[in-house]
Ligand binder design. Structure first.
Ligand SMILES: [Fe+2]
Length: 291
């Protein structure tokens, strides 16, 4: 039986701006080893429905994340931040695992690689692309702060986390019965392990990024697993508790943070002139008509 897969409309139409910080849950903290076991569940346990894979693209050091509800007969799946170069690898894995990809999503308009969403849509025409409305990019579905993206009985919550770009969002696994514990947050470039994305182009703002992280990410339960869009040092995952304690930039007060960001002296990204125009149309949003 094919169950309806849907993108739930906004929870609150007026929710254009991030909500006030939520209190940190008093949920019992899982031991790190147990937390990782839950996150990498293959869905074989009676109470485990999430299949999760972290995939890496080495040229741009990008992580792509695959999540699926393997307790649903259709095994519906989503890909977060796919890269054009690794689309065949990702789709082959999805086929081998017997999953049905429904959404190819981006956390933001990337400047360092071309998204795989357009290419995926040419290979699997039923897949819908997803990006934030605030990104200004083309996609099949636009999301806003507070939206929920459902795949089977699992969902991702959308939080607006602007600062690296004006349209950055963080996707967070659902809060409620039957949803994975600990929660998992896919932070894009808003928060990178022990660091954060640059804020000097694409509508970036150090002030906004600091606010986004402190109001939308650091307020999550401390055992929440943080998965960034990139890593350049070999890290794969962090937690809210770790980043609150050890993030080299975001543990500082806002003025110190802004000074740090103003003095990074980073070079112009070599892919930006190719990647940003392409990613504004989701890689290749509309396949050319066949003659
Ligand atoms: Fe980025």
């Amino acid at each position: 039986m094919v169950l309806p897969l849907r993108l739930i409309p906004r929870l609150a139409a007026a929710a254009r701006l991030p909500r006030a910080p939520r209190p940190i849950s008093c949920r019992k903290t899982l031991a790190p080893a147990l937390a990782m076991a839950a996150a990498y569940s293959t869905g074989t346990g009676a109470d485990r429905r999430l299949l999760f894979r972290q995939l890496f693209e080495k040229e741009s050091s990008t992580y792509t994340y695959l999540l699926a509800d393997v307790a649903d007969p259709d095994k519906p799946a989503v890909l977060i931040d796919p890269v054009d170069r690794t689309v065949d690898r990702d789709l082959n894995l999805i086929k081998e695992l017997g999953l049905k990809l429904v959404y190819a999503m981006n956390t933001h308009v990337h400047a360092d690689h071309v998204t795989g969403t357009g290419l995926i849509k040419t290979k699997l025409p039923g897949v819908k692309s997803v990006i934030s409305r605030a990104s200004g990019a083309k996609a099949d579905h636009f999301v806003d702060h507070g939206d929920k993206i459902h795949f089977g009985n699992l969902f991702l919550e959308v939080r607006a986390t602007p600062g690296h770009t004006a349209g950055c969002v963080t996707y967070i696994t659902g809060d409620g019965d039957g949803q994975p514990l600990p929660r998992m947050a896919f932070t894009g470039d808003t928060l990178i392990i022990r660091a954060c994305g640059r804020t000097d182009f694409q509508g970036g703002s150090a002030d906004l990024l600091y606010q986004s992280v402190h109001s939308q990410i650091f307020t999550l339960p401390k055992d929440t697993l943080l998965y960034p869009a990139h890593d350049y040092k070999g890290f794969t995952v962090s937690t809210v508790e770790e980043e609150v304690a050890y993030n080299a930039r975001l543990t500082k007060d806002k003025e110190t943070f802004k000074t740090i960001m103003d003095n990074l002296n980073l070079s112009y990204p070599k892919m930006i002139d190719v990647a940003v125009p392409a990613n504004l149309v989701c890689g290749i949003q509309d396949p050319p008509p066949k003659i």
